[in-house]
Design a protein around this ligand. Sequence first.
Ligand code: ZN
Length: 163
Amino acid sequence: MMNFCNRCAGPLCYEIPEGDNRKRNVCQECGDIHYQNPKVIVGCIPVWQGKILLCRRNIEPKFGLWTLPAGFLEVGETMAEGALRETYEESLAEVELKELFGLYDIPHIGQVYSIYLARMTSEKFGITPESSEVRLFSPEDIPWDDIAFDVIKSALQEYIERS
Ligand code: ZN
């Protein structure tokens, strides 16, 4: 929740602007309306010889649990560029993106996940500041009880069912 206007530093009030139908952060000084919209998260399912690359989170939330490489899309990059960047930042893996595997809405936290299918171009990967461990898992070895997010669990389950 924002408290001050990022245009004039005036105080914000959470109210329904005229002509709108939901509450927004409205600056009481300059009248600017600060819309908050869902964020896009981009990532991929990196596959190497039938195994899936997972990262153990070295950051909160869900510290210590496993996830697919994914993160917030930055302004100025395409979803594919963001997925490649996040994959490298979290796993040092270089991948070739295939099709968009799935889109997942998480409306209650304002997130949209877009997960690509990806082929690792080599067996090279490694730990990073964001991942304390990076490993290839056979489908039967996926640590289902230690997957960080439901959306990632769903994507992995769908991938395994489809392949
Ligand atoms: Zn303002």
